[in-house]
Design a protein around this ligand. Structure first.
Ligand code: ADP
Ligand code: MG
Length: 308
């Protein structure tokens, strides 16, 4: 399912003078099926407002542009939101705050039950078990526990199980790593990669963490003032001075290191993932074309790196 937004505009409290606020101001974006796509931009730039349109949580306002998600036309009054929501799963910031049922199994089953009233108890249990196992939890051990007795990382996994249990084609995550410690964050993002490989076609990640975006997103759109000011690979976005200035975004670590090295006359041309950056850096350390570059590196890094 492709997502196509054309000139999408949205105003909060449009009829209340003084309170009315235009959060989206002509958004144009196409997200192809199969991508891990980043939505980035400063707080207040319109990211959450935009992604909540994708599953119809926020309705497209009258005369406010066009939005299509696969075959669903979200400007159509007759749009079947229930069936759309089974195909577009959404996870909000701090999803663990939305856990509510008495047991993990009930919590995970909730949305699925809602979408498929005619599933038998057995089918339901089977689907729940599958979702719980996919997110890396032990079904038998956890199914009867209270969601409130789980660790932070486990809670987030249960929350995502409750979304993917409906087998959505598109998974939208608003600030998925917020509030997790570095280890929990890495584990959760590795889980997303696994889901993307085996289970969910398209993943859209809203984040203000540029390291996360550089590492995991193939492409991203930059929001500023309710508009998209750039779309591209992390490498394209983080090398565009104009976009960075206008959006006020930080650089991922790999990009700021690339910049610092460049100011010393050393060009590292990586895709900005840590793995690619490190490989290219080590290659440059060993085989750097110019003598002054190699000398510079030798000052920076331990000698043993050059012996191997
Ligand atoms: P982001 O997710 O990029 O931080 P949001 O989409 O949440 O941005 O918000 C965009 C703008 O809309 C912000 O200025 C925010 O204050 C405003 N806004 C968000 N929600 C509401 C609301 N319910 N009522 C009025 N204004 C809102
Ligand atoms: Mg937000």
């Amino acid at each position: 399912m492709e997502i196509v937004a054309e000139n999408l505009t949205f105003t909060y409290s449009p009829k209340t003078k003084g309170l009315s606020f235009r959060a989206l101001n002509g958004v144009n974006l196409t997200v192809k099926s199969g991508e891990i796509f980043g939505i980035i931009g400063k707080t207040g730039s319109g990211k959450s407002t935009f992604v909540q349109h994708i599953n119809g949580l926020i309705k497209v306002q009258k005369d406010s542009g066009a939005l299509k998600v696969g075959e669903y036309d979200l400007t159509d009054k007759k749009c079947d939101y229930k069936s759309l929501r089974a195909k577009v799963g959404m996870m909000f910031q701090y999803p663990e705050h939305q856990l509510f049922a008495e047991t993990v199994a009930e919590d995970v089953a909730f949305a699925l039950k809602n979408f498929n009233k005619d599933l038998s108890a057995e089918e339901l249990a089977g689907r729940v078990r599958q979702a719980v196992e996919i997110v890396g939890l032990d079904y038998n051990e956890i199914k009867d526990k209270s969601p409130f007795d789980l660790s932070g990382g486990q809670k987030r996994r249960v929350a995502i199980a409750g979304v993917i249990v409906a087998k959505p084609e598109i998974l939208v995550l608003d600030e998925p790593a917020a509030g997790l410690d570095p280890k929990g964050k890495r584990e959760f993002l590795e889980l997303l990669l696994k889901l993307h490989k085996d289970f969910v076609k398209t993943i859209i990640i809203v984040s203000h963490d540029m390291n996360l975006v550089a590492e995991y997103c193939a492409r991203a759109a930059v929001f500023a003032g309710g508009k998209i000011i750039a779309t591209g690979t992390p490498k394209e976005i983080f090398s565009d001075g104009k976009v960075l200035a206008e959006s006020g975004l930080d650089l991922p670590l790999t990009a700021s290191l690339t910049e610092k090295l460049k100011s010393k006359g050393v060009d590292i041309d990586s895709d900005l993932t840590v793995k690619d950056f490190t490989e290219k850096l080590i290659y440059a350390l060993k085989n750097g074309g110019r003598q002054d570059e190699r000398r510079f590196f030798r000052q920076l890094f331990p000698r043993r790196l050059f012996r191997a």
